[in-house]
Ligand binder design. Structure first.
Ligand code: SF4
Ligand code: SF4
Length: 72
């Protein structure tokens, strides 16, 4: 069974550390480390894409939707 987990990718070069994604993330999966957002709780992420939508500088990308076979 192929089971790949893809999570939000944060471009540290683009991230300004504004914190918008951190306060908006419904699962508290993100946190500011230094001046960059980091996915500190990857297992909490529900792939809602709110962070990708809200980031003003497009520093977060969700490359693939996860579909596990057990969910089909
Ligand atoms: S995709 Fe949703 S749950 Fe995951 S880090 Fe972004 S806002 Fe949080
Ligand atoms: S919203 Fe974008 S720029 Fe702001 S902290 Fe999150 S990833 Fe960085």
């Amino acid at each position: 069974m192929d089971e790949e987990i893809w999570l939000p990718l944060i471009d540290t070069e683009l991230c300004t550390g504004c914190g918008d994604c951190i306060v908006t993330c419904p699962t508290n999966a993100l946190e500011l480390v230094g001046s960059t957002a980091v996915l500190i709780e990857p297992t909490a992420c529900n792939y809602c894409a709110v962070c990708e939508t809200i980031c003003p500088v497009d520093a977060i990308a969700l490359p693939y939707q996860i579909v596990l076979e057990s969910d089909l």
